[in-house]
Design a protein around this ligand. Structure first.
Ligand code: ASP
Length: 431
């Protein structure tokens, strides 16, 4: 017993250490990137050995390690989660609550973005000649239609879905297997045990990979900052500030407010505990790759049962993109103002609807938010060429909105877990 306690304390210490180390990696990495960009002259050593050599290989290697975990972990943990819930009615309740929460927060996010956009006026007085346009790249973009997105949830070949990492198809197939395993009980005990043991293996692997996070984050951030030309930001500073303000409101007012209201948990502590996942999402701009880390952190630091998170986190990483919706809302105001197009109140309502749907269709990988933005622009007749204007500076916003995207998933998961009596408060209090 005593031994267990000491081990637990040691683990906690280790976890605290990881948060601090990731934070330091983020700051020092950004500083190194800026120094590389401005103070170190271009040349073989800087470009080939440091930026595109060491930083690239280690950073991308880390992202690949995280991605390696996603499909087997999501599959096994959803099978185990739905098997242990068993009851399809209960699963349905969790599903409906999660969807309502995801859709409502997304609609709210766009409303905030449109309001902030109209206060800041990001496109008024824009000197178009100072902005670098990537109009040619925009015409190559194509967003998937809503009907296809819906139909695509059903896998025509589940093994193909696993091989391609198609998250919604994997979720559906795994849910069905889990429910059937629960129904068959002892008749399928061996398969059930196989999945739970494999799930344990994947969780152990997640912890191993996560311990490398400070190094990965450091390399990813340094390389990004070494490559960003900050002068390109200037003409679009108002647009960027608009997006960042709306992201902060969504994260610190909406999410933390909802968390406090629905669960009574301390919001500051929640953010502190979740910080490593946010830092990882920020440095990779990939919601999908953060799934294993989110599930693990929610379980160990917030006391959220994996029965809930194994289902809601991958679902959220795929369909709940509040940060992306915010960028799209501000971009709409920006484009309308830059091109002198008047938007009616009805147009704004259309934007709220289409951007909510676009958020569902946005995959949790870098830059896809810009692709689905074409759908939003088309719905109100804005020129898609405007996307070319903001493309050059999108990376830093992509990083920021991804951190918000996954925080929304985590807050929703914690609330749904609380409502379904799957939240151990003592874990959160003791963390
Ligand atoms: N990078 C975002 C994510 O992974 C999606 C986007 O907005 O482009 O959540």
């Amino acid at each position: 017993m005593e031994n267990k306690k000491t081990n637990h304390k040691k683990n906690m210490k280790k976890k605290k250490g990881l948060t601090t180390r990731i934070f330091i990696a983020l700051i020092v990495g950004a500083l190194l990137g800026v120094i590389l960009h401005y103070l170190v002259p271009s040349g073989y050593v800087k470009d080939k050995i440091v930026v595109d050599g060491i930083l690239y290989v280690v950073g991308q290697g880390f992202i690949r390690l995280m991605k390696m975990l996603v499909v087997p972990l999501v599959f096994c943990s959803i099978v185990c989660g739905s098997m242990s819930i068993g009851d399809t009615k209960k699963l349905g309740t969790v599903g409906v609550r999660t969807l309502v929460f995801y859709l409502a927060t997304t609609a709210l996010a766009i409303t905030i973005a449109l309001t902030v956009g109209n206060i800041i006026n990001p496109g008024v007085g824009l000197d178009m000649s100072a902005v670098e346009s990537n109009a040619a790249e925009v015409s190559a973009m194509e967003a998937t239609s809503l009907t296809d997105t819906l139909l695509n949830i059903i896998p025509d070949n589940p093994l193909g879905s696993l091989a391609q990492g198609n998250m919604l198809q994997i979720i559906l197939f795994a849910l069905i297997i889990g429910v059937i395993l629960a129904k068959l009980g002892e008749r399928a005990e061996t398969v059930g045990n196989f999945f739970s043991q494999f799930n344990d293996i994947m969780m152990e692997m997640t912890m191993m990979v996560m311990s490398l996070a400070p190094i990965g984050v450091f390399c990813l951030i340094s390389r990004t900052f070494a490559g960003i030309g900050f002068t390109a930001f200037l003409p679009l500073a108002k647009y960027m500030i608009g997006v960042l303000i709306a992201l902060c409101i969504q994260c610190f007012v909406v999410y933390l407010g909802l968390l406090k209201i629905f669960t009574g948990l301390n919001p500051v502590k929640f953010i502190r505990n979740f910080f490593p996942v946010m830092a990882f999402a920020f440095s990779t701009a990939t919601s999908n790759a953060t799934i294993p880390m989110s599930i693990d952190t929610l379980a160990k630091k917030m006391g959220v049962s994996k029965k809930i998170s194994s289902f809601t986190i991958p679902l959220g990483a795929t369909i709940n993109m509040d940060g992306t919706a915010i960028m799209q809302g501000v971009a709409v105001v920006f484009a309308a103002q830059a091109f002198g197009i008047h938007l009616t109140p009805m147009d704004y309502v259309t934007v709220i609807g289409t951007a909510t749907l676009a958020s569902i269709g946005t995959a949790g990988v870098p830059s896809v938010g810009l692709v689905t933005l074409t759908m939003v622009f088309n719905s109100v007749g804005l020129p898609v060429e405007a996307i070319g204007l903001i493309m050059g500076i999108d990376r830093i916003l992509d990083m920021s909105r991804t951190a918000v995207n996954i925080t929304g998933d985590a807050v929703c998961t914690t609330i749904v877990a609380h409502q379904n009596k799957a939240l151990k408060r003592e874990v959160f209090e003791g963390s």
